[in-house]
Ligand binder design. Structure first.
Ligand SMILES: Nc1ncnc2c1ncn2[C@@H]1O[C@H](COP(=O)(O)OP(=O)(O)OP(=O)(O)O)[C@@H](O)[C@H]1O
Length: 297
């Protein structure tokens, strides 16, 4: 390997997927962490002194998010009170194992952990729901329930923000998906780094510009413990197509991920376009684009 391109005098051991820079381990850590710090400060994501729940699934993204948030909070004195929030969907062989990883993170990072379960919140586990309705659309139900469960958990913990581990690839995939579906309402809000969940607790995405490949590299070189198994139920088929398309494009030019995000950020939706209006679900009061929200439906 050539010398580290940050000119620290050491030899490089990796090539950054995002920039092509050849770096040593320490300079990669610094570049990776500094970019997230820059994202947080430029968007003024957190007010000093606030309480932040990190949505922790035990996967690579939220594990790296928890680790880096703790590190930056100490290094730059953000004055944040960090807690972990996990949702137990009740999926045997998947979430039970990944929650063990989150508990390990709780101990390793010294952060309190709150686990909310679908069973307690809704009276059903995903295992039971799938046994009842089959695998068709189960990802959609699960996604709607998880969103609400995270909101309820955040409200219970009395936090000021909910931070999720969505990375640059996730955002670019979502932009593509919304274009392919012609979903203008989602297209117009999917690139926002801060979104209002409706009950006043903003959701933030500190890894919005962080490439998935670099998250995997960072977790590997930092020796972070995370859970890497796919959900045992059918993956979201439509997102899968957008994902394959993005991965193919990334092979040709890694810059496509940032380019798609920046294009999404710059899009202006025609004022005459037909957009759904948001209202409160008549049954549970949760913000919805229809009378009865998808979860109640
Ligand atoms: N069961 C859960 N409990 C808490 N947060 C979750 C859960 N599932 C997903 N999230 C949050 O939503 C983000 C995106 O969800 P996604 O389905 O891509 O996660 P994942 O692939 O299971 O894990 P990760 O994104 O952490 O690698 C996660 O990074 C995490 O912040």
């Amino acid at each position: 390997m050539p010398p580290c391109s940050a000119q620290c005098g050491k030899n490089a051991i990796l090539k950054r997927p995002k920039t092509g820079d050849t770096l040593c381990k320490e300079c990669f850590f610094e570049a990776f962490e500094n970019e997230i710090h820059f994202t947080i400060t430029r968007a003024k994501l957190f007010k000093p002194g606030s309480k932040v729940a990190i949505a922790a699934s035990g996967g690579k993204d939220s594990t790296v998010l928890a680790y880096v948030m703790k590190l930056l909070n100490e290094k730059y004195d953000y004055k944040l009170d960090l807690v972990l929030l996990s949702i137990d969907e009740g999926i045997t062989g998947y979430r039970d194992d990944s929650l063990d990883t989150v508990k390990q993170n709780r101990d390793d990072y010294g952060m309190p952990l709150k686990i909310m379960s679908y069973k307690d919140l809704y009276g059903w586990t995903m295992d039971e729901i799938v046994a009842e309705i089959g695998r068709k659309n189960n990802c959609t139900f699960c996604g709607v329930f998880r969103r609400q469960a995270l909101d309820r958990g955040a409200a219970l913990l009395n936090v000021d923000y909910l931070a999720t581990g969505h990375n640059a690839d996730d955002i670019a995939e979502t932009v593509l998906m919304n274009i392919l579906r012609g979903d203008l309402a989602r297209l117009s809000r999917c690139t926002s780094i801060i979104t209002d969940s409706g009950d006043g607790i903003p959701r933030v995405k500190p890894l919005k510009y962080t490439y998935e490949k670099e998250i995997v590299m960072y977790a590997y070189f930092r020796k972070l413990v995370y859970f890497s198994t796919e959900c045992v139920f059918a993956p979201n088929a439509y997102r899968g197509h957008a994902r394959v398309l993005l991965k193919d494009l990334e092979k040709i030019d890694p810059a496509v991920i940032m380019n798609i995000i920046q294009s999404g950020e710059s899009l202006k939706i025609n004022e005459n376009a037909n957009m759904p209006t948001l209202q409160k679900c008549t049954r549970c009061g949760y913000v919805s684009s229809q009378d009865v929200c998808k979860a109640c439906e």
